[in-house]
Structures are given as C-alpha cells and as structure tokens.
Design a protein around this ligand. Structure first.
Ligand SMILES: [Cu+2]
Length: 671
C-alpha cells in the first residue's frame, strides 16, 4: 500500500513537470519574439504579425491584474513618454527602471499566457528593444505558466552587448555581402596592461551571461508584494559576488598577479579599461584612462556614498539594526548576513531604506560615469551600468571586493564555530582523491585548457540569407572532466551533506596560506547530500554535477531543433538556467602545475536541512542551488552559505574535525 502511494506520488510529480504540446507552442512563440531584437517584428513570423495587427490591449483590460495600469501604460507609451526606440536602456537609471517595472508588472500580472504574450508582442512593437527584452525575460523567468521555457543565451539575443566593435563590424560586412564568415574575437587590451592576463575571465561571454541571468532571477528592484518571496536573497547577493571575487583572485594568482585590491573612494583607480565595444545605436562604450578619481554626480556625491557605507559599518559594529516598526533585529546570528545583503543591495526590506541609501547601485554608477560625471558630453553608460557587461571591467571585481569587505567585517565579528557545530559524530572522512577522465591520469591533478566557443550571429539581423553562417569564435577556459572519490566511515546508517571547497596553497609571495588567512578566499566546488551506511562508504561524484555550475546553455538553433523534435529531454519545468558556467569551475592553474588544497567536509543532513520532507534524492536534483538558491520556497540547506569557512578560524588544529579531510591537489594548464 505504502509503495503504491509512493509510486502514485512520483508519477504525479513527473506528470506535473512534463512538457506538452502547449508548452512547445509557447516556447516557439517566446523564441520568435526575441529574435532580431533590434528590428521590427519580422514578416516571416505570421503568428507575431497577426497579433501585431489585431491585438489592442485596451480591449482586454479585464484580463490583467490591474486594467487601469494597462490603460495608463498604453497612453504613456503611445504618447512618447517612454524611452525612445534608439536610446540605450540602462537599468541603473531610475526613470528607465521605473518604465521597465511598469511593463514588467503588466506582463507579470496578465491573467493567462495568451494575454501575457499578446501584450509582450505589443510592447516589443512599441518600446525600446532592451527595455522590452529585460522586462519580458524577467516575466518569463517568474510566471508560473512559463515554467520550463528556455530563453536563448543573452549573447545570441544581443551580441553587441558581449562582442567587440571590430567583430560586430566584420559580421555586418559579412551579412551585407552574404559571405559565410568565422570571426575570431580577441580579448581587449595589450600585453602592456598586466590586467590583460586575466581578461579571459572577466570578458568570458559565459561569466557575463551568468551575471546578467543571476540579476534577472534576483532583480534588485523586486518587490515583496509580488507573489514570489525569494529566500535568503540578501545572502545570495553576498555569496554569489563573494565567490566571483574569489574565483577572480585565483585566476590572478595563476597569472602571477596579486589579489584584487578593494576600491577606495579617495584613491585613484590605477587601472583603466577600454571596452572596445559599441551599442546597437552606434554610440561607443566609454573607456576609462588609468589613474581616474571618483567624482560627484549631480544627483549624488561620493560623500553621500561614504555616509551610507558608514551607516552600514555602524550597524555591523553594533550588531543590530532597527526595523521601520522599531523592533530590533540582531545581526549576530546566522541570519545577519541576509539582512546586510538586503541593505547593501538596497532590496525591498524592512529597514529604513533612505537611511542606508543605495550603496551597491550608486557605486556601479559612480564607476560607470567616472569619465563624464556631469554628463557634459552626453557619454552613454559605461559597462558597469549593465549586468551583461560589468564583469569585463577589472574594476568590477575591485568594487565587489570593497563591498565584500563589509560582509567580511560582519562575519569576523561572529564567534568561531564550536567543535559541536563543526563535527558530525560517528562520521569520519578517511580519504579523498581526485581522479581524471582517463585511466592513466595522474591522481589528484586537474587539467585546464582553453577551448574555442562558436557564437552564431545569425539572430542579430533579420533577412540574413539562410545559408550564410556568421560566427564568432572566442577562447574560453575549460577543464578536463574529473571526479571526486571520497571514502568515509559511519558508525550507523545515516545521511550527510558533502561540502567541497578549493583553496590556493600559496599566496602571491609564495608563502603557504593558513586557514586563518585563507578561509575567506575558498572557492565552493560542490555541495550534495549522501546516504551513508554503517561501515565504509565510497562516494563517487562527477565534477560535472557541481551545484554551483550549469552546463553550456542551448543556442537559438538548438532550442529550435529540440522544439521541432519535441525532445523532452531538453525541457523540464523545474530546470534552472541560472548558474556559473561549468567550464569555469576550476581556476586556470599553471603549465608546471599549481598547488591547491581540496577540502571536503561531511555534515549532518538532519541538522542542516530546513525543508521538511526534503529527501536526499530530491535535494540532489536541485541544480545550481549554490549561487542561485531556489526560485520559490526555502533553500533546503539551512547552513550559512560558505559554511564552515565563512567564520573566523582561530586555530587550524582545533577546527579540523574527523568529518573533514584536506588533500593537496595540482591544477595544471595545458598549453
Ligand atoms: Cu552583480
């Protein structure tokens, strides 16, 4: 009887997640709508043309959550009160953001898919392309009836936001002359600029795409009045950026560069940056020469930003913050980091937002507008004002190191974990090994290399003759596949969570990094639940399954093909597209090998998991929960992100309990 119930439960789950013909229809419609985004709706999509010609939102006001809002919106858009078609949409610009939110709320509040889609076609036809695209994408990611719909990678929808001007020009020439072309894209800068050694990381199209997707899954302007409450979104903001900075530092180390220095409001920014990129309307992304200083902007000053920051430091030092209703929230527990994340990212929160200002947003804008603070020359926004271009600028990591130091200050004030909190009595990690893909691979060695990625530009312009292939190739960091083999002994049948981290063994000076110094810089590799039986257990886990990364996203062409073939293996309603590119999981290393410590910790599943009825199998299926949490409900792992390395480690010897094992590994790069 019990088994039968379980089977029925599983079937119901599978049926709810399965995709059907309606899904394929909707997926196709979404694809059509984001093609050739800068051009009018293309005549070869009859479905879209029909909607464009026949749909009038004002005739269907009852099909929206707030019909009045739709009425005002249509009026404002059709009376030229919105951003013009050829102006650059900038999410950091308050007016642009307000307009985008206006559209988002209408799309999100449409009562059925057809109303949502018809309205989206109307908006696509009347609005600035990237403003439309942003609101539409966030709506697709959050609407219940869009679950499982795959958006093509951002670098195929708006390649101009990812590629350099020379590449875009060559591609356009190829389109005009209808010539099949493969264009290699180089990283910006020259050998004279030491930062160029790590440009492959900041300019990687995957990392930029990840960053922009993350900020669409967790928009900073998200209101709690929307139906979806995002669990630990402040902590996720901290942790995802913290890990990006740690990853960048690891790349720097392998390229003989010191750790990234935090920005200082009163110190010059030594490194300039020239994006060598152009917006769709022909305006160039501004470059920043070496040695620039921050300047006040007409609408906020450097001093304002410092004051906001001082207030944040003040609550960190005090260890509490007062909510708007007067009640005191203590920061010295595990939830403190989430509160700080909310305040720093200026999310919709319970605290006095005027008092704390918009530290993270202002910092991005101050950096972006540094060369034309008064807007005397009408310079367009810099790369720092778009999530899909920000990481190209090395100063992005400097800014985030500065912000990360606030979180560090908070964590350093927490008491170190006790032996009871660290240990998992009865469980011993006996051995850890990293095994490469081939039989004869060297144990405990991971090999990285650069491969080539092909980006199809066929989507950029309508009416590109079918057979003309226009592609761009870029170099990307990658690694050979590997697996972890962990041997653990348990004194009884039990369940645990395996947490795997990587930490460089030596610093830039060649000194061994102690855990006291190095705990904050560790890189999370994986986190997964296991069932342990009494006695010895051998746990094998492929590096590919990492909970912080996702596989290569499907291209436009691949999604089209999967839809045409009705290939359900590519579509799943619970599938997440947020996550760090898997290729970048392992830092580059050096040709002669670079030493790292691989740290494995097994903790008690029953103490850690906070979602009732969350069994090991289900938790193991959650993808990219590491950086991207969950879209609905609670993140199952209740431990602070980065546990147990997030708090100070006063003494390495007492910190390392029997449920942990640290081994030396080498990361070698193939040349
Ligand atoms: Cu970000």
């Amino acid at each position: 009887m019990k088994l039968a119930l379980v089977l029925i439960g599983l079937c119901a789950l599978a049926a709810a997640d399965a995709v059907d013909d309606t899904f394929y229809k909707h997926q196709t419609q979404v694809l059509h709508l984001v093609e050739h985004i800068y051009e009018p709706i293309s005549s070869h999509y009859e479905d879209l043309i029909y909607i464009k010609k026949t749909y009038d939102p004002l005739q269907h006001l009852d099909l929206f959550k707030d019909g009045e809002q739709v009425k005002h919106f249509v009026h404002d858009v059709t009376h030229g009160k919105f951003l013009a078609h050829d102006e650059i949409f900038n999410i950091f610009h308050p007016q642009h953001r307000r307009q985008m939110i206006y559209l988002f709320e209408i799309l999100y509040g449409a009562k059925d898919f057809d109303t949502f889609f018809n309205m989206a076609v109307w908006a696509r036809d009347h609005m600035s392309p990237r403003m439309f695209l942003y609101a539409f994408s966030v709506a697709v990611l959050h609407r219940a009836d869009c679950k499982g719909i795959t958006l093509p990678p951002a670098y195929e929808i708006t390649p101009d936001m990812f590629l350099t001007t020379d590449v875009m020009r060559k591609a356009y020439q190829a389109k005009m002359t209808a010539q099949k072309t493969v264009i290699p894209m180089k990283f910006t800068g020259s050998i004279k600029n030491p930062e160029q050694r790590v440009a492959y990381f900041g300019e990687d199209i995957g990392i930029n795409s990840h960053h922009s997707h993350w900020h669409m899954d967790f928009p900073f302007w998200w209101k709690r009045s929307y139906d979806i409450t995002k669990d630990r979104r402040g902590e996720l903001f901290f942790y995802m950026h913290h890990q990006m900075v740690n990853r960048f530092d690891a790349e720097r180390l392998s390229n003989f560069l010191p750790q990234v220095e935090p920005l200082d409001w009163h110190h010059e920014i030594e490194e300039g940056f020239a994006p060598a990129a152009m917006y769709f309307n022909g305006q160039e992304f501004p470059m920043r020469p070496d040695g620039m200083h921050f300047h006040d902007l007409p609408w906020f000053t450097v001093k304002d930003t410092e004051e906001y920051e001082d207030r944040i430091r003040d609550i960190i030092a005090k260890g509490y913050v007062k909510a708007k209703d007067g009640h005191v929230v203590f920061l010295n527990g595990t939830e403190g980091i989430d509160v700080l994340g909310l305040v720093v990212e200026s999310l919709d929160h319970d605290f006095n937002s005027h008092y704390f200002g918009r530290l993270h947003l202002n910092a991005h804008v101050l950096l972006s507008k540094i060369t034309d603070p008064e807007q005397k020359f009408g310079t367009p926004p810099g790369v720092m004002e778009h999530f899909e271009t920000a990481t190209r600028d090395p100063a992005f990591f400097r800014l985030h190191k500065h912000i990360d130091n606030l979180f560090k200050m908070h964590k350093e004030m927490l008491s170190p974990y006790t032996k009871e909190e660290l240990d998992f009595p009865g469980v011993i990690v006996d051995a850890v090994k990293v095994v490469g893909k081939s039989e004869d691979s060297t144990a405990n060695q991971i090999v990285t290399f650069f491969d080539e990625s092909h980006i199809n530009l066929g989507n950029m312009w309508a009416h590109t003759p079918e057979k003309v292939g226009i592609e761009v190739t870029t170099k990307r960091l990658n690694h050979e596949s590997f697996k972890y083999v962990i041997t653990a002994t348990a004194d009884k049948d039990t369940e645990g969570i395996v947490r795997i981290f990587l930490s460089p063994t030596y610093n830039w000076f060649g000194q061994e990094i102690t855990l006291q110094d190095g705990h904050w810089g560790v890189i999370e590799m994986d986190r997964f639940p296991v069932k342990l039986t009494a006695g010895e257990n051998v746990i094998t886990r492929s590096g590919k399954k990492s909970v912080v990364t996702i596989d290569e996203p499907m291209s436009f062409a691949e999604i089209h093909k999967a839809v045409a073939d009705k290939d359900a293996t590519h579509f799943h309603k619970e599938f997440r597209h947020c996550g760090f590119p898997h290729r970048l999981l392992v830092p580059k290393g050096r040709p002669e090998g670079m030493h790292y410590k691989l740290m494995v910790v097994i903790t008690d599943y029953h103490k850690d998991v906070v979602v009732p009825d969350m069994d090991v199998e289900h938790m193991d299926k959650l993808q990219s929960v590491g950086y991207c949490g969950v879209m609905e409900g609670k993140i199952p792992d209740g431990k602070p992100m980065g546990f147990p390395f997030d708090r100070p480690v006063p003494c390495e010897e007492t910190f390392i309990t029997k449920n942990m094992k640290f081994v030396d590994i080498t990361v070698k790069t193939r040349v």
